[in-house]
Design a binder for this molecule. Sequence first.
Ligand code: AMP
Ligand code: MG
Ligand code: MG
Length: 309
Amino acid sequence: MSGNPAMVMRVVASAYTVAEKAGAIVRKVLHSGELGIVEKTGANDLQTLADRLAQQSICASLSRHFPKLTIIGEEELPAQEVPEDLIEKGQAEEILQKGCPEEFKTLKEEELVVWVDPLDGTKEYTEGLLDNVTVLIGIAYGGRAIAGVINQPFYNYQHGAGAALGRTIWGMLGLGAFGFQLQEVPGDRRIVTTTRSHSNKVVTDCVSAMEPHDVIRVGGAGNKIIQLVEGKASAYVFASPGCKKWDTCAPEAILHTVGGKLTDMYGNPYSYDADVKHMNSAGVLATLHNHEYYVSRVPQSVLQALRSD
Ligand code: AMP
Ligand code: MG
Ligand code: MG
């Protein structure tokens, strides 16, 4: 399909190239050695020059193309002119060529909300755990995450100069998910993935209640959803209000596209409307299969702790 792609396909096609540009910025700042680290709410809530530049690049590039989009980025930045070299004008041809799902064909720019996490896994980025890092651009309509782009700037970085560095995966409800091979955890093993740098007793109590065969502790919401769809983990369990809508919108869209589910710890969906509160206060539970099992295992004490937050 060419000629006149539907508006939402053009937004996703831009988001793809914009996420690649942001990934390149994230690599460049790392190689410069000057991370420009700022503590936001504390030592476990950091912002670097890469977070700032990547968000400027993503938000300015998208709003240049699509001035009526609502774009919500993680970082609070002073309003300022964005240098021209941060603007990405390209659109992924591969996405423009795809037919838009019927239900999204007539969507208008002003009906979309774009949630931007310019660098997910900042703590790990500052510690050199580079494959935990992602750039997340989620697209919501009617409160639902309908499409998402995840760039992993350092994918393959441990495989030497011969391997292509970085990758971009994306997905759209009703269309499919691309850029990775969908895999499942073999057998009935319950492998739980959870935070490595934002843990507490409620978080660990909830993980234990799942009776996991194994627990993986890594950084990044995007990274953990990639683990689910690539068969490295069976559930992402995070009984904490620490994750925000920009952490979950793009990952949720991709996960839902391949038949998985992302909810709060009660099993209820989050809304991605422009006016929702940013915190995912009732935690994050994401799975490819057997979501009900994990919901049923969440202890009352954990639900109470989240509710009182
Ligand atoms: P993690 O799994 O710890 O990497 O967290 C996933 C996402 O949620 C990252 O963007 C974190 O920065 C964010 N996050 C989780 N918990 C907190 C917290 N307590 N304070 C600030 N950000 C958090
Ligand atoms: Mg994040
Ligand atoms: Mg971030």
